[in-house]
Write a protein that binds this ligand. Structure first.
Ligand code: GLY
Ligand code: MN
Ligand code: MN
Length: 441
């Protein structure tokens, strides 16, 4: 780590230590063990599922944690890292990463069979999978620490800034591959190469959809068919830095036509929403504002002739924008605690207006969130609208015209501030990736 990153990391550790010391005092605990987790195997196979460490453990260290790693926290003591010794000849050795971070830790190397937990105090709680029998049950501890995770430290924000830089490099390469007429698989490989990661290292499986595939929200296939005349590319893909994710979507178009005009207007609306991510704002309200914005676009682009009010009453915007506006972002792409409104774990669940909203909290300074409005032409939802909504006011010929383009999503990562939110994605170079920067082809 650079000296400035080391300083940020040390400040980050001070904040985490205070959070967990408070938790121990609150619940009357003497120690907390954080476990990264164990590897799991495919059925009847000797290959393992891709491994992701429990985020509560990963949060403490500035490198990607593997399996069978433990952190022991006790008030007034340095944290202890219990590092797994790998003593087999099949795999590469697994030394403790070197670096300045070690100054803040006690490090113990342990084989799987070593009894490293002997001697832990009686009131020791466990967070993570596969709790050991010695741990005391501590209802409420997970909710207590999860609530605090929503507000990021400067170290975490910087990691996500770097993750956005890597993601931006990938998206720029993907745009070029799309314009060159390559396949979805080739576009994905161009993204991975430019963002310097393998598919298993992505924070979530990248979504790369050409044409109608852009209307499949979680499109997971990567077709190998070359597409020299592809109209649309929707790419939702990110990168990791110190385990922290970026989660970025862009929609690129080949032609300067009325679909491009819709992309441009959604892009402008998305940037307005990003600037509205201020502390004190209810994310539920921001989602509602988005539905108004989508209704306005549908009207302006002659997709629906009903007024904004009439569209809202009939839930027309939800036909074209069926998901939530965004979510907390961190070590997990959909970070924990989005529906949790206090440390005690009280939940505020989404309502029927926005059943898939993953974030219902009031925004606070230094929360990191995504803003990701979309407009999609999804045959199943359009058929449902025709069957269930009387006088829907939609121009079916216009919709049929847009269907071959699939849809649009534009997604940025935002640090919430009191006055001017920081847009990690645009500042990473995405101004070069805005739809109007394309020119016509
Ligand atoms: N890539 C997943 C999401 O945007 O939420
Ligand atoms: Mn997202
Ligand atoms: Mn995404």
């Amino acid at each position: 780590m650079s000296p400035s990153m080391t300083t940020l990391y040390q400040q980050h550790l001070v904040i985490l230590t205070t959070r967990y010391d408070n938790a121990m005092a609150h619940f009357g605990l003497d120690a907390i063990v954080l476990a990264s987790g164990e590897k799991s195997y495919y059925f009847q196979d000797d290959h393992t599922h891709p491994f992701h460490a429990y985020s509560g453990a990963q949060q403490w260290l500035p490198f990607t944690l593997g399996a069978d790693t433990y952190i022991v926290l006790q008030a007034g003591k340095k944290p202890t890292l219990v590092w797994p010794v790998r003593d087999d000849f099949w795999h590469a050795p697994n030394p403790v990463p070197s670096g300045d971070w070690q100054a803040n830790w006690d490090i113990v190397s342990a084989k799987k069979t070593d009894q490293w937990c002997v001697g832990l105090p009686k009131q020791t709680a466990w967070l993570g999978p596969n709790a050991m029998p010695f741990a005391v049950a501590c209802e409420g501890l997970k909710a207590y620490v999860d609530f605090a995770k929503a507000v990021k430290t400067d170290f975490e924000i910087h990691a996500m800034r770097q993750a956005n830089l890597r993601g931006a490099a990938g998206h720029m390469a993907a745009k070029e591959a799309f314009l060159a007429g390559t396949s979805e698989l080739e576009i994905h490989l161009a993204f991975l190469n430019a963002s310097q990661q393998s598919a298993f290292q992505e924070p979530y499986p990248g979504i790369v959809g050409l044409n109608e595939h852009a209307a499949v929200l979680h499109y997971e296939h990567k077709s190998t068919a070359k597409m020299p005349a592809s109209r649309t590319l929707l790419i939702d893909a990110g990168a990791n830095e110190h385990g922290y994710a970026s989660d970025i979507t862009r929609t690129f178009t080949r032609h300067n036509d009325d679909f491009r005009a819709l992309v441009n207007d959604l892009d402008a609306m998305e940037q307005t929403l990003c600037r509205s991510a201020l502390s004190g704002v209810s994310f539920r309200d921001l989602h509602q504002e988005t539905l108004v914005g989508i209704a306005t676009l549908l009207h302006q682009h002659k997709i629906c002739s009903l007024s904004v009010e009439a569209q809202l009453a009939k839930r027309i915007p939800q036909v074209f924008f069926p998901h939530g506006l965004g979510h907390l972002l961190g070590l997990q792409v959909h970070d924990v605690g989005g529906h949790q409104i206090d440390q005690a774990g009280t939940l505020s669940l989404p309502d029927e207006q926005a059943p898939f909203l993953r974030l219902t909290r009031t925004l606070e300074q230094n929360m990191v969130i995504t803003i990701e409005p979309g407009v999609y032409f999804i045959p199943m939802l359009i058929d449902k609208m025709q069957a269930e909504i009387n006088n829907h006011g939609c121009d079916m010929a216009r919709i049929a015209h847009f269907m071959p383009y699939g849809g649009i999503r534009i997604e940025d990562n935002i640090v919430v501030k009191h006055d001017r939110p920081e847009n990690l994605t645009r500042e990473a170079g995405f101004s070069q990736l805005s739809p109007e920067a394309f020119g016509s082809h």
